[in-house]
Design a protein. Structure first.
Length: 208
């Protein structure tokens, strides 16, 4: 069975990466979304085990000590981390595992797991990003300013990713994401065993 690919998706707040990922999971079977552990409080409507596993700081620190997280990062005043067991099980079963994480975590994954695929989702322009953040109508001008400032910081890290995905139309973006991952599966470096087998068979043919 071919191993799944670990896909890290990051992007500016307001880039629509959550929508893109959820649509990808609805549309195609071969993906599993990792649910992170966090110490932040649940927002209204969020459910334990669906958006996050909500834990205390002490519980989170215990997970760090037990090496139960592949990566973790501090974002604002809270910890966020990726549980190791879920990711390993699903990759082994041949599914692509999606991590929706911020840039510090993405860089840790890249260092630890060089074969992970890193994708950065961005709106077509900063003007559009501003428009989307304002258009939500749920955030105060201060919060919007804060998110835009953070976008400025995160933009510096965009070059560390393998692919940049422009989210103009959601459906197009979902299909592009799926195509990128499908192409990655065809990469020579991910097909060493298959290549060796073909080469072995070709050698036998030559002898006859
Ligand atoms: P929020 O509090 O808005 O749900 O998430 C804040 C940020 O933390 C987002 O950028 C989100 O992608 C990121 N995040 C969520 N889970 C993880 C995780 O397990 N590890 C890291 N490094 N970042 C995460």
């Amino acid at each position: 069975m071919s191993k799944g690919i670990l896909v890290v998706v990051s992007g500016f707040s307001g880039a629509g990466k959550g929508t893109v990922i959820h649509r990808l999971l609805e549309k195609y079977d071969e993906y599993a979304l990792s649910v992170s552990v966090t110490t932040r409080q649940p927002r209204p409507g969020e459910q334990e085990g669906r958006e996050y596993f909500f834990r205390t700081r002490e519980e989170f620190e215990k997970l760090i000590r037990e090496d139960a997280l592949i990566e973790y990062a501090q974002y604002v005043d809270n910890y966020y981390g990726t549980p190791r067991s879920y990711v390993e099980e699903h990759l082994h079963a041949g599914r692509n595992v999606i991590l929706e994480i911020e840039i510090q975590g993405a860089m840790k994954i890249k260092k630890k797991i060089p074969e992970a695929l890193l994708i950065f989702v961005t709106p077509p322009s900063v003007e559009e990003l501003e428009k989307r953040l304002t258009g939500r109508g749920t955030e105060t001008p201060e919060v919007i300013a804060g998110r835009l400032e953070r976008a400025g910081e995160e933009a510096k890290g965009m070059e560390q990713y393998d692919y940049i995905l422009v989210n103009d139309e959601v459906e197009d973006c979902v299909d592009s994401l799926h195509e990128i991952i499908a192409s990655e599966h065809k990469r020579v470096s991910r097909n060493r065993d298959f290549i060796s087998e073909i080469q072995r068979q070709a050698r036998i043919l030559k002898k006859d």
